[in-house]
Design a protein around this ligand. Structure first.
Ligand code: CDP
Length: 226
């Protein structure tokens, strides 16, 4: 059967990865969480006490970073490896949320991660979520989704997710972080977050995960038919 590229872009905490994982599972496609790559690069800077405002340190860091995804049989998705180390848990900490959008705005960082992301498309059958996947990484993708949800719903979802992971966080902290990241992501010079002209917008504020999965799977089948 024909295989396609599906991109899912959108604002912070609107459920992109949840949707992308389900679609990839349904289709037996590869799922790539591009945000995890920016998070892992941010983790590298913080762990090694590097300053991403100093260009030489950025170049040096990138030359020492290798990113890979490894299948996790426990939850059926994949974990990110930073230089061989599984950093999946570390990159979900608030300290990463606080800094990732600044790191993701750096040209050298984006050049590196976008090139890595595009390597995944040598063979199709891929679902990738992020901010610039439909606009920059895969502008020719067959199906592009732009996911949105109300700011309140997004705060609530991320807050509950962090609590379930045992993190000490308040709704206010989550709200401020979502706002800050959305602002930086939409205002940066390189590859700002925006809806691709040919993307289909889905507001999932009042949709269950099953409803949004079905909606997108119907779109996929439509694409595969044509
Ligand atoms: O899951 P959540 O919406 O919280 O964010 P994420 O997908 O893990 O992405 C974390 C951060 O990485 C975003 O806030 C962006 O600053 C950056 N990012 C990006 O610039 N481009 C992408 N394709 C994916 C993420």
């Amino acid at each position: 059967m024909k295989k396609i590229i599906i991109t899912i872009d959108g604002y912070s905490s609107c459920g992109k990865s949840t949707l992308a994982k389900k679609i990839a599972k349904d289709l037996n496609y590869v799922f790539v969480d591009s945000g995890a790559m920016y998070r892992a690069v941010t983790h590298y800077f913080l762990k090694n006490h590097l300053d991403w405002t100093i260009p030489e340190q950025v170049v040096d860091a990138i030359n020492h970073i290798s990113l890979k995804f490894e299948y996790n049989a426990q939850n059926g998705t994949s974990d990110i490896l930073l230089n061989g180390e599984n950093v999946e848990a570390a990159i979900r900490e608030m300290i990463i949320n606080e800094n990732v959008s600044d790191v993701a705005a750096i040209k050298e960082v984006r050049d590196f991660t976008v090139a890595e992301q595009q390597k995944n498309a040598i063979e199709k059958g891929i679902v990738m979520d992020g901010r610039d996947i439909g606009t920059v990484v895969f502008p020719n993708a067959e199906l592009k989704i732009f996911l949105t949800a109300s700011p309140e719903a997004r705060v609530e979802r991320r807050y509950k997710q962090l609590l379930a992971q045992g993190k000490q966080v308040t709704r206010e902290e989550v709200r401020l972080n979502n706002e800050k990241r959305d602002y930086i992501d939409t205002h940066r010079e390189i590859s700002p977050l925006r809806k691709a002209a040919d993307a289909i917008e889905i507001d999932n504020t009042h949709l269950t995960t099953l409803e949004q999965e079905k909606l997108v799977m119907d779109m996929v089948f439509e694409k595969l038919k044509n």
